[in-house]
Design a protein around this ligand. Structure first.
Ligand code: SAM
Length: 239
């Protein structure tokens, strides 16, 4: 059963949930993450939030089957609306796009006053979350990148603080690739961004072969700028 052994991706997310935290796992689906933490790490209280009925029922079934109904409250609702003010001090949101995660945070700002830590795992567009952090006074305090089953995932951890602190010389670069990941330069980071560069190069070449217009020119310039920025990032310049 997956509540005893999480996927590498969810296990990494779980590592950033502070011991003893009161957790809300939003978009919990099967509720594996809160079940695992309650069973193995002594998590005292969690909300498993789900907007879709099927996953909500699955979460309810798993929580009941594990005998965790006294610890995990499974709630049906959109984003942070399932949380009462002051109920939790840590929120995890994993396995969705970064823009959707930022949107959930934006729409539920009033629920964040008691929250000390956000642990977010976007499947794509981590930049949307880094931008939201800057705009909302959350400080990115760490990042992780990992590969599982051929897919690369990033995990972003935020706490209230100085949102500009992690970014040194080049804000655009930091926002795109992640300031901590830029410093760490591990092999998964290099793999992700080398693949992105190759992809942008293919787009550029396709645009070269297409009939030229102001739009194609603009897109080509955008591809060149992105390629240059990420090539610099891989050399860890301007960090
Ligand atoms: N968090 C789990 C994980 O990482 O394995 C499940 C990820 S699953 C791909 C995404 C889940 O988020 C789906 O079950 C979906 O119904 C839920 N979801 C999407 N938008 C949501 C929202 N606004 N509020 C709550 N849940 C949402």
């Amino acid at each position: 059963m997956n509540t005893d052994k999480l996927s590498a991706r969810l296990a990494s997310v779980s590592n950033y949930v502070p011991k003893g935290a009161r957790l809300a796992d939003i978009g919990s689906d099967h509720a594996y993450l809160p079940c695992y933490l309650a069973k193995n790490e002594g998590l005292p209280f969690a909300i498993a939030g789900e907007v879709a009925k099927g996953p909500f029922q699955l979460a309810e079934r798993n929580v009941l089957a594990e005998g965790l109904a006294g610890v995990i409250s499974v709630r049906l609702g959109d984003g942070l609306e399932v949380i009462q003010p002051g109920e939790v001090d840590c929120i995890t949101i994993a396995g969705m796009g970064g823009a959707l995660i930022a949107n959930i945070l934006e729409n539920g700002k009033d629920k964040l006053t008691s929250v000390k830590r956000l642990v977010l795992q976007p499947n794509i567009s981590a930049i949307s979350i880094r931008k939201w952090f800057i705009e909302n006074n959350w400080e990115l305090i760490d990042e992780e990148i990992l590969e599982e089953d051929g897919k690369i995932y990033e995990i972003l951890i935020g706490e209230k603080g100085d949102p500009n602190k992690p970014y040194k010389k080049n804000l655009d670069m930091g926002l795109l690739v992640g300031p901590f990941l830029l410093q760490k330069q591990d092999k998964t980071f290099k793999k992700k961004w080398t693949a992105e560069i190759n992809n942008w190069q293919r787009i550029y070449e396709a645009l070269e072969g297409a009939s030229q217009s102001p739009e194609t020119n603009e897109k080509k310039l955008e591809m060149i700028a992105k390629i240059k920025l990420v090539e610099e990032a891989l050399k860890n310049e301007n960090s």
